[in-house]
Design a binder for this molecule. Structure first.
Ligand code: FPP
Length: 257
């Protein structure tokens, strides 16, 4: 991917392959305008297609969106139901266009707690787009990082893998993200500085970027700001400066992980 011009004439370097986003601030966006929270969530869906396209144009192959966490069930029933309906509608509305653009849609999280209707909407999107190779968009719905690790451990145990054969790779291969690269960059909107149970395992070496921009206002300029900031980071993966290698690719390994 060639370097791209930033509007402020600075160069953006090689892009992260996988960007993950904690979309936050829909409620505050609505509150600032004297609107109900539901309007903030609705506004937060308007920009989805443009955001996916912008990341794609910048060479990002994989985008993960944290839409509904295992903790979000604790919100008022009315808000949860509204969010579920909205997310189903957005998946339905966007699937054809994303398919046309070669995007593979994936779901990360537990399916069985979702309504039958939403499960069907998700399955339709997954089936239609499963062979697309242009880009992958992961929608995290009923997703929690700890739950994901619990599910992985259950599957490893169910497969009867002996404890001494369990390595970091075994665990990675049993996560919802089994065949995906770890995120290089995790972005959080609305100024918060928390991980909120998001990609706990996979985010071990991710660069973290927090922007005060509220999710409904997240746009091309914010994306370019995040990518520019990322390109100026020195990723060392616990090694020394100048050794740019992902964990597991070290030339010498003294201890098996
Ligand atoms: C954060 O705002 C947003 C959410 C919890 C949920 C859902 C996200 C969307 C509707 C965006 C669209 C996403 C997709 C994948 C279609 P908040 O309610 O936590 O805001 P607050 O912290 O300001 O109250």
């Amino acid at each position: 991917m060639p370097e791209t011009e930033h509007p402020h004439t600075q160069k953006i370097g090689p892009p992260p392959k996988h960007v993950a986003i904690i979309m936050d601030g829909n409620g505050r966006w609505a509150q600032q305008r004297g609107l109900p929270r539901a309007m903030g969530h609705r506004a937060g869906t308007e920009n989805i297609r443009r955001i996916i396209e912008t990341f794609h144009e910048h060479g990002v192959d994989c985008l993960t969106l944290f839409a509904f966490s295992t903790e979000n069930w604790d919100r008022p029933r009315e808000e949860v139901l509204g969010l579920m309906r909205l997310l189903g509608r957005v998946i339905k509305r966007e699937t054809q266009e994303l398919h046309r653009r070669g995007v593979r849609i994936r779901h990360l999280g537990r399916m069985d707690g979702l309504s039958k209707r939403l499960q069907d909407q998700i399955k339709t999107a997954l089936d239609l787009t499963k062979d697309n190779t242009e880009m992958t968009v992961n929608v995290c719905l009923d997703y929690g990082g700890r739950t994901e690790i619990v599910d992985a451990v259950r599957r490893i145990t169910a497969e009867g893998i002996p404890p001494e054969e369990i390595t970091e790779q075994t665990i990675s291969r049993h996560l919802y993200t089994a065949d995906l690269p770890d995120p290089d960059l995790i972005i959080r909107t609305a100024g918060e500085m928390r991980l909120s149970n998001f990609l706990l395992w996979q985010g071990a070496y991710a660069e973290y970027y927090s922007t005060p921009v509220l999710w409904p206002d997240f746009d091309e300029a914010t994306i370019e700001g995040a990518l520019l900031d990322y390109s100026q980071r020195q990723r060392r993966f616990g090694g020394l400066s100048g050794e740019k290698q992902a964990p597991g690719q070290a030339r010498f390994r003294l201890r098996r992980r």
